[in-house]
Design a protein around this ligand. Structure first.
Ligand SMILES: [Zn+2]
Length: 108
């Protein structure tokens, strides 16, 4: 099970964008990388082609998961992801407060 999911609130812990927060937009499980909206943005100048006008395009590049920490929705702190079994379902938990990182879809 991968530790991170799209929609997770994370903080950057290393590299150029250290300290920035954002939401995971995309997860690359094989590469252990995630794309976070507004983080690790690179500008690319492009020439005119038949399908696009010339200009500067901003591209969010994937970051290695080693450089991010998830922000726990319960205690609001950057934390590590733990796992626990609830019945037959594996759930992600905050290692600091043991709160669930993923809310189950079922309503009580
Ligand atoms: Zn927590």
């Amino acid at each position: 099970m991968f530790k991170y999911k799209s929609g997770d609130e994370v903080i950057i812990t290393a590299g150029r964008d250290k300290g920035k927060k954002g939401k995971i937009e995309k997860v690359y499980k094989k590469e252990d990388k995630v794309v976070i909206s507004g983080v690790n943005i690179y500008k690319r100048h492009r020439k005119v082609t038949r399908t696009q006008p010339a200009g500067i395009y901003e591209i969010a590049r994937p970051l290695p998961v080693a450089n991010i920490a998830i922000i726990c929705p319960k205690c609001g702190k950057p934390t590590r992801v733990g796992f626990t079994m609830e019945g037959k379902i594996k759930v992600r938990i905050c290692k600091k407060c043991q709160g669930r990182l993923t809310q189950p879809k079922e309503q009580k």
